[in-house]
Design a protein around this ligand. Structure first.
Ligand code: NAP
Length: 263
């Protein structure tokens, strides 16, 4: 199916690995010009090189730490300088640390709020005026199941992403009349480095193997397995397309049925 994305420009966060990388590949396959954003380094450059070769599209890289209060304006500016106006932004970066919710750490709260709430808000805010002026734009945020059902040990993620969700829902109403949609996807447990790291940390805590943790978690997923990053990326690409123009303000789980709650 042609999603009608050929020639569109997209800034994709967390694009050197995992869900961001898979999303970048889907958008490249659809003919988008890409600005791949992460903290930078060899992994990011390698991702860009591989995507260029595989899909013959323009791919540039932008380095910036989402936990840095000055990152958002630099990342948005560099992406626009390299590609021109940005049509699509995929808000995504790394996750926060696991912690005990009853032992708050003020510095970690501030860092997580910058990483998961303020930086995405600031990047989207920098790019929205251009999208609205041109009458077309897509904002898609990669969230977490913690916004529906708080995850033990991930209080920073649960709280900071819920704040981001509230902001996204608020602006979705404001910008749809200008042809800009704002949506989120909720990954359950998709097979990436981050999930492997969290599984290892839990294994260490419980004194079992990471394979046992994974097997225990897979039993709680009706699909019986962790998802693949491309299974989420396909849906993000759909949200970025013209075909989804009447869908806004939604947050859709891609989780093999893991979340039992009604929306
Ligand atoms: N995978 C899942 O099932 C799942 C479930 C719930 C939520 N999530 C959330 O979805 C997001 C992506 O997860 P993932 O599984 O794809 O993780 P991942 O495989 O660890 O990839 C994270 C990506 O973000 C970049 N990144 C990390 N810290 C960053 C920072 N401070 N600033 C800018 N970029 C940064 C990394 O690149 P560099 O190292 O090059 O910076 C990498 O490209 C995370 O926020 C995660 O918590 C994932």
């Amino acid at each position: 199916m042609d999603l009608g994305l050929r020639g569109r420009t997209a800034l994709v966060g967390g694009a050197s690995a995992g869900l961001g990388r898979a999303t970048a590949e889907w958008l490249a396959q659809e003919g988008c010009k890409l600005a791949l954003w992460s903290r930078g380094g060899d992994k990011l450059e390698q991702a860009a090189e591989e995507i260029r070769k595989l899909y013959s599209v323009v791919v540039v890289t932008v380095a910036g730490d989402a936990a840095d209060p000055t990152a958002a304006s630099k990342v948005a500016w560099q992406a626009e300088r390299a590609l021109g106006e940005i049509d699509i932004v995929v808000l995504n970066a790394g996750g926060p640390i696991a912690s005990e919710a009853t032992k708050p750490d003020a510095a970690e709260w501030r860092r997580s709020f910058q990483l998961l709430t303020l930086t995405p808000i600031e990047i989207a805010s920098a790019l929205l005026p251009g999208m609205r002026k041109r009458g077309w734009g897509r904002v898609v945020s990669i969230m977490s199941s913690g916004i529906r059902q708080p995850i033990p040990d991930l209080v920073y993620s649960n709280a900071c992403r819920s704040a981001l969700q509230a902001w996204l829902k608020t602006i979705a109403e404001e910008v749809i009349a200008d042809g800009v949609t704002v949506n989120g996807v909720i990954p359950g447990r998709l097979d990436t480095e981050r999930v492997a790291t969290l599984d290892k940390a839990r294994a260490l805590k419980l004194g079992v193997s990471a394979a046992e943790v994974r097997a225990e978690r897979e039993r709680t997923i009706p699909a019986g397995r962790y998802g693949r990053p491309d299974e989420l990326a396909a849906y993000v690409a759909w949200l970025c397309s013209d075909l989804s123009c009447y869908q806004t303000g939604t947050f859709v789980p891609i989780d093999g049925g893991m979340l039992r709650s009604l929306p």
